[in-house]
Design a protein around this ligand. Structure first.
Ligand code: HEM
Length: 143
């Protein structure tokens, strides 16, 4: 009887954890691996930007340490982490850069590289991209 109850409890626990996975009760931030992983992704992303002559052109006058700090907060906050975003408004920051759609896509590729290098699982990576993709309309230049 006790053995059967134990088996039942284990089965229920397994079912609950399967459901939790299915419905993403874990935040994207948690699936990424928390703050350290967000920092790792941002650091990798900055190296990727520095290596890419097209995207680096946008950043050549920027304060890289401010960008590192604000982007880390931004990703942490938007993926459900315990951070506050203290940077500027996205539209205001990117306004005037005359960013093209193809450059936006190019920088998404750099972010994908950054997440791959940090061993972020593909499913989590796609969840991160799904959060940031809708922001493109605030950034791309429309004459
Ligand atoms: C969804 C996509 C993006 C997000 C979430 C994002 C986020 C951010 C954040 C949080 C900052 C810091 C704001 C601050 O300093 O207060 C920033 C700055 C910046 N972003 Fe983006 N960004 C995105 C796409 C892009 C793209 C595609 C480019 C260019 C190709 C770009 C170029 C820049 C530059 C140059 C700065 C620094 C501005 C400065 O020095 O004042 N961003 N971005």
């Amino acid at each position: 009887m006790v053995a059967t109850m134990k088996k039942l409890i284990v089965l229920i626990a397994l079912l609950l954890s399967a459901c939790a996975n299915q419905f993403h009760t874990e935040s994207v931030y948690q699936s990424m691996g928390g703050y350290q992983k967000v920092e790792e992704v941002v650091n990798n992303y900055i190296v990727e930007i520095e290596k890419d002559h097209v995207i680096f052109e946008y950043f050549k006058e920027s304060d890289v340490e401010r960008f590192r700090a604000k982007l880390t907060e931004h990703i942490c906050f938007h993926t459900g982490g315990p951070c506050e975003y203290t940077g500027d408004d996205m539209e205001r920051v990117h306004d005037g850069m005359n960013m093209t759609e193809s450059d936006f896509n190019r920088s998404v590729d750099l972010l994908i590289n950054a997440m791959d290098q940090a061993d972020i699982p593909h499913r989590t990576r796609n969840r991160v991209l799904a959060i940031f993709a809708p922001m493109r309309k605030e950034m791309i230049y429309r004459p």
